[in-house]
Design a protein around this ligand. Sequence first.
Ligand code: SF4
Length: 290
Amino acid sequence: MSMKITLAKHYGMCFGVRDALKAAEEAAGAGPLTVLGELVHNPVVEERMRGLGVRRGRLEAVGESGTERVMITAHGASDGVRGGWEAAGYRVVDTTCPLVKRAHRALALLVAAGCHPVVIGTAGHVEVRGLTGDFPGATVVETEADFVRLPEAARYGVVSQTTQPKRYVEGLVAALRRARPGSEVEFRDTVCQPTKDRQTALEELCQGNEVVIVVGGRHSNNTRQLVETARRLGKVAWQVETAADLRAEWFEGVELVGVTAGTSTLEETVSGVVAGIRAMAASLGERVMG
Ligand code: SF4
């Protein structure tokens, strides 16, 4: 029996995370640095940062850093929090992804136009906290059940966390329009292109494979979304942080394995997982192709 391993057309680290990592490494080389939160939701990267002597702080704990320089991660922050650090005398290295900034701008424009702000995303996630932070009345919507928390409004202005599945977001917007027929619902699509590319590539990957392995951190929103999408498409999908999480029984009798990765996953981690699958297939007596 043989096994074929196929990598998704688009997978792994996006430009926003790559740029933030590079900036963190450069800033760490220039002196003491505290990163405000998880640079990316990936334990391998976090370990690398610890190795560079980078400290970890809390974004909203303004003024509580042992270093003069602090870094805002690619997930961004509210203007209030960023300004708070600056006003407290810290030097802020801001690595907010431009596509997160775009979502901030879209929401601010909707609010300026008189809409009640709505963010589709995971409540409590750092990016969502940043988006809603300057608009205390904003409503975070994860599912239709959250509509009950929406105040009555003539106009709702809706954006989404950049890493949400586009189809899910569009479905929720349509449901909101049905739930509030007397209100206008202004929607700005702020799902980022790298997330869209990875979602589309995953759908293609699911068409031709029996088992899908998703490489990424357990706390990574977009990694979890990839696993959930693969399962919704009827695939057996497993999430691993590194090759050490692989289990030989997942591959018994399996001929077609697809591999993808979240936007915070290092290429070397993906290569390690592919090598791990090969080794497991060999131990099961299978010939590996691809
Ligand atoms: S996932 Fe999208 S928004 Fe987030 S850092 Fe990457 S490119 Fe930017």
